[in-house]
Write a protein that binds this ligand. Structure first.
Ligand code: NAD
Ligand code: UD1
Length: 337
């Protein structure tokens, strides 16, 4: 297939580009590098040994995007472009609503104009309401989002649902749980901007000496060790779900939604311990107070993705930690040379 990937220079997009290229698909990327660097695509080319077509364009620029879709004539678009920092979205909600909603409006309008009929969208477990009891199924209540970022994801889902029905665009929405890890090569990985908010990037910076210690946000939850539990998934398993989703929209009409996680809860302290074992580093940590808005337990019911997409997870927590640490050791300054 000829697949156009928006946000393809980003953390998840670059891993999707590898998985799809390795499976024999032709990839073109649209990215404006607002949160990434062209070097990521050079690294994807190095891993795969294939050239990746790059369009440095803002997805919200509808005219430019329409021209690109017209020239590329993709069989399928995978839409990953978006801003993703929860904290920044609280400080700059307009920036988040404008960018994230407009990427989707612009893309759908351009797809309509050029007659492109297949779409895969990057959504998030953040769309599930706080009151759900895990494991989360796709049909559970959604939309009581805790921050503007979460609302942009849920609103994009709503827009997509209404538009693709009317335009008859075959669509898969993937709700990611907690992507982590990196490609085995250590050539591509996650490059957090400033102080990391998320757990694994923070652990990595404690391991490489940049941060003194990790603060564990609360150990008084009603869980076996008192810390919150999440559903960490290796970014290459997540990338492979996009391969299955692209194949699925090629053969199936309509709209479908899938959770993409491992379906196995892992607590903060379990992840710290697993990282220590995988990296042979000691992670200093202190117990702090709860983080505002944190939910005790989030993990997925992944049976639908397994049964309908035929997708399976192949990598566990140990491999996530090893691969994340390998990336960090080889790229202490991220993609900067
Ligand atoms: P990322 O920031 O690394 O990648 C996003 C990419 O989109 C970047 O390369 C950025 O430059 C690009 N981009 C943003 N706005 C753009 C625009 N207007 N035009 C062109 N390019 C634009 O983030 P990521 O972690 O790779 O996330 C990818 C997608 O997955 C996002 O939509 C995010 O909301 C979603 N998601 C991420 C996570 C996660 O934990 N990383 C979890 C759930 C969902
Ligand atoms: C984050 C996002 C959420 C997104 C999800 C999946 C935030 C605030 N939320 O939440 O929108 O849907 O990822 O990508 O970014 N922790 C610590 N110390 C730290 C960092 C985290 O103890 O320094 C704990 C948190 O309290 C949480 C767990 O580690 O219990 C995981 O945190 P994080 O990586 O931020 O993921 P989510 O909470 O799932």
């Amino acid at each position: 297939m000829n697949i156009l990937l928006t946000g393809g220079a980003g953390y998840i997009g670059s891993h999707i580009a590898v998985a799809l290229t390795d499976a024999g698909h032709r990839i073109s990327i649209v990215d404006n590098f607002v949160n990434s660097v062209p070097e990521a695509i050079v690294r994807v080319e190095k891993i795969t040994g294939k050239n990746i077509v790059l369009h440095k364009t803002d997805v919200t620029d509808r005219e430019d995007l329409t021209r690109i879709l017209h020239d590329e004539k993709p069989d399928c678009v995978i839409h990953c472009a978006g801003l993703k920092s929860v904290g920044e979205s609280v400080k700059k909600p307009l920036k988040y609503y404008r960018n994230n909603i407009n990427t989707t409006l612009s893309l759908l309008e351009s797809m309509k104009e050029t007659g492109i009929e297949r779409l895969v969208f990057s959504s998030s477990a953040t769309v599930y309401g706080e009151d759900n009891i895990p494991p989360f199924t796709e049909t559970m209540p959604k939309g009581r989002c805790a921050n503007p970022y979460g609302w942009t994801k849920w609103m994009q889902e709503q827009i997509i649902e209404d538009v693709v029905k009317q335009l008859k665009i075959s669509t898969v929405i993937l709700r990611y749980f907690n992507p982590t890890g990196a490609h085995k090569s250590g050539l591509i990985g996650e490059e957090p901007n400033g102080l990391p908010n998320n757990l694994m990037p923070y652990i990595l910076q404690v391991a490489d000496g940049r941060r003194e210690h990790l603060t564990v946000f609360g150990d008084d939850y009603n869980t076996p060790d008192g810390t919150c539990r999440r559903d960490y998934i290796h970014v290459m398993d997540l990338a492979e779900a996009h391969l299955k989703a692209a194949e699925y929209v090629e053969k199936n009409k309509g709209l479908d939604v899938f959770n993409i996680g491992r379906g196995i809860p892992c607590s903060v302290l379990e992840l710290v311990k697993a990282f220590e074992e995988a990296s042979e580093q000691t992670i200093k940590y202190e117990i702090g107070s709860r983080r505002d808005g944190d939910v005790q337990d989030i993990w997925a019911d992944t049976s639908k993705a397994e049964e309908v997409l035929g997708w399976q997870v192949h990598r566990g927590i140990n491999e996530m930690c090893q691969d994340a640490w390998n990336w960090q050791k080889k790229n202490p300054a991220g993609y900067a040379k």
